[in-house]
Structures are given as structure tokens and as C-alpha cells.
Design a protein around this ligand. Structure first.
Ligand SMILES: Nc1ncnc2c1ncn2[C@@H]1O[C@H](COP(=O)(O)OP(=O)(O)OP(=O)(O)O)[C@@H](O)[C@H]1O
Length: 316
């Protein structure tokens, strides 16, 4: 559904995108992850035909985004990271207005608007002014707006940013419904866990380049060099943390509530040695086990190598 080849974009001296190769299969949800300024919005705006690439090409549904922009616009629904709403319209009028912009017949505009309001769980807000809606509701209305012409592909630029946890969950539920309807979805975020459960595949951007691309499992595997251990102790945590940080067996230690999360380089022999040394030091260890890296940890590892630091080392 989406294919880019050597896609590049510069703003003056700033290279926002460099040789991007990306493929998103029809009917899948693709999560586009990266910190601020990584180039996600730039990529999405090029795909949405709003920006011209400096070099390379991009295709949506087989159509060239530069040479066949009209066709591409029919295929995509785009939700930018910031969008204005017309405050003096009600929710249903707002969607009818956008349906008119897409040349949809007057006779069916209301029907489409009401169906979309139902889809995004705003049917009871149909007569309310857009101005009075909460941020989460406005985001869902924006999503409905991007759907008025029934596009096959949705491009959503950080749609969940600024939403509280409940509004995020509601938004996510609507996306799951759209996925079940067979839509292809490209969604960006700088928060990886937000997308992990929703996406079939993930691309991680860093400084205009794709540093990892694949299924959530594949990306996790890429970052799975070394092991992650959970250690719990009955006290002396601070002391143990300092001791672990100084140990050559340990790459990194973080505190996560009552537990210490320790990244070690190596296999079970290294784990065994570390446990033995902790006991030798008489640290009151009562739990010591291997855990799966969580998605945030994976993200830091994948992008950590692109920042001039030691490869596989977290940024923070
Ligand atoms: N109109 C512009 N003029 C100059 N530089 C720009 C412009 N738009 C983006 N940039 C620069 O291009 C780079 C990529 O920006 P982009 O907005 O694509 O990143 P992003 O990953 O979407 O980040 P964010 O989550 O902050 O939107 C950044 O260095 C940014 O400062």
C-alpha cells in the first residue's frame, strides 16, 4: 500500500529524511516511532501529497505521490498532528462540511456523517458545538473527518499526543475497529508502548533514517543481545545498585519500583557468576530472574546506537 525508495527531504541545511526505504502492506497497521524531529511528520506529509520530496520516490496504492497526487488523495485519509476545527459548527455539521469538500452528494452527506459519528463513539454529541468537545473527542472527530471519503489508507500523525490515558484507550479502540474493517493504517508516535499492541509492524526513525523495521517481535529480537534480569532485595538497594553499576558483568542498572532491572552481557554463566557474587557480598537477594525486555527498553536500545554513543546503549 505504501512504498518509498530513497526518499529524501532537506529543509535548507537540515536533512529531515535520508534515503528512506519503507514498505507497508495493505490491511496492516504500521507504527512509525521516533523522537521529536526524527522525520516522521515529514514522511507522512510527503505521502499525503502536502510536501514534495527533495529526492527519491513514494507510492501509495501504486500511485506516485508527486505525479499522481489526485489519485493518492482519494486513497488516503490524513490526520495531521495539529488541526483546527470550526468552532461554530456542530459535530455533525463539521463532518457534513468535509464530506462536501470531498464532493460527496448532498443527499448522502448526513448519513455518512452520522455513521462516522457512531464509529468514533460520538453519536450522542452530534448536535454539540465542536468547540465544547473535550480534546479526546476532538481527536476522534478529526479521525472521523479523515474518513469521510472512505479512504483505504489512514495516515495519522501523533493522534494520541496530549490525550489522557482514558482518551488514549478510547482512540485505540476506534483504531482497532478500523483495522478490523480492513483499513491500512500508518500511525506515528514518540511513545512506543502506545503502539506496540496495535501494530503489525513498526519502523523506528532516528535523525531522518530508519534504524529498525519489522514486526514487534523482530525488533525485540534485534535488541535482545544480552539479558535483562530482575533482582529484588530485602534492603541495601542503593548499595547494591552502586555495586552492580561498577561490576564488569553489568551493562546497565535501573530501578523500577521495588526491583532493580539489570542488563547483563552474556549467557547463563554470566548470570550465575553475578548471582554468586551478590551472595558473596551478602546482599539480601530474594528474587533473581530473567525477564523479557519491554518495548520501551527495546526502543532505547535500537535508537541508542545512532547517537554516537556505544551501540545498544540507552540514551537516557
Ligand atoms: N518547515 C520546516 N522548515 C525547516 N525545518 C523543518 C521543517 N519541518 C521540519 N523540519 C526539520 O526536519 C526535521 C524532521 O522533522 P519532522 O517534523 O519530520 O520530525 P518528526 O519526527 O515528525 O518530529 P515531531 O514528532 O516533533 O513532529 C527536524 O529537524 C525539523 O526541525
Amino acid at each position: 500500500m505504501i512504498r518509498t525508495e530513497n526518499l529524501s527531504k532537506s529543509y535548507g541545511d537540515v536533512q529531515a529524511l535520508a534515503d528512506l526505504h519503507l514498505e507497508v502492506t495493505k490491511g496492516t497497521v504500521f507504527g512509525f516511532i521516533g523522537p521529536n524531529g526524527a522525520g516522521k511528520s515529514t514522511t507522512m506529509q510527503i505521502l499525503a501529497t502536502l510536501l514534495k520530496p527533495s529526492a527519491g520516490s513514494a507510492y501509495v496504492g501504486g500511485c506516485d505521490v508527486v505525479k499522481e497526487a489526485e489519485e493518492v488523495r482519494r486513497i488516503i485519509g490524513y490526520m495531521p498532528d495539529f488541526f483546527g476545527v470550526y468552532d461554530s459548527l456542530t459535530a455533525v455539521e463539521y463532518l457534513e462540511f468535509y464530506a462536501a469538500c470531498y464532493g460527496i452528494d448532498r443527499g448522502v452527506r448526513r448519513k455518512i456523517a452520522l455513521e462516522l459519528l457512531e464509529l468514533v463513539n460520538l453519536e450522542d454529541k452530534r448536535g454539540e458545538y465542536v468547540d465544547g468537545l473535550s480534546r479526546g473527542m476532538k481527536q476522534r472527530l478529526g479521525l472521523a473527518r479523515s474518513l469521510v471519503h472512505d479512504p483505504a489508507l489512514l495516515i495519522l500523525d501523533e493522534p494520541a499526543s496530549g490525550l489522557d490515558p482514558r482518551a488514549r484507550i478510547e482512540f485505540r479502540e476506534v483504531l482497532k475497529e478500523l483495522r478490523a474493517m480492513g483499513k491500512t493504517i500508518m500511525i506515528s508516535s514518540h511513545i512506543l508502548p502506545e503502539l506496540a499492541g496495535l501494530c503489525d509492524s513498526i519502523g523506528v526513525m532516528e535523525k531522518g533514517r530508519l534504524v529498525a523495521n519489522g514486526s514487534v517481535d523482530e525488533i525485540t529480537k534485534q535488541a535482545e543481545r544480552g539479558r535483562l534480569l530482575e533482582i529484588r532485595m530485602r534492603g541495601r538497594d542503593e548499595e547494591a545498585m552502586a555495586w552492580l553499576e561498577a561490576s564488569p558483568l553489568v551493562r546497565r542498572v535501573t530501578r523500577d519500583g521495588p526491583r532493580l532491572v539489570v542488563k547483563v552481557d552474556g549467557d547463563e554463566f554470566v548470570q550465575e557468576e553475578l548471582l554468586r557474587k551478590l551472595i558473596d557480598q551478602r546482599f539480601p537477594v530474594y528474587r533473581f530472574n530473567e525477564i523479557a525486555p519491554d518495548i520501551e527498553d527495546v526502543f532505547l536500545q535500537v535508537t541508542g546506537g545512532m547517537n554516537g554513543g556505544e551501540a545498544n546503549e540507552p540514551l537516557a
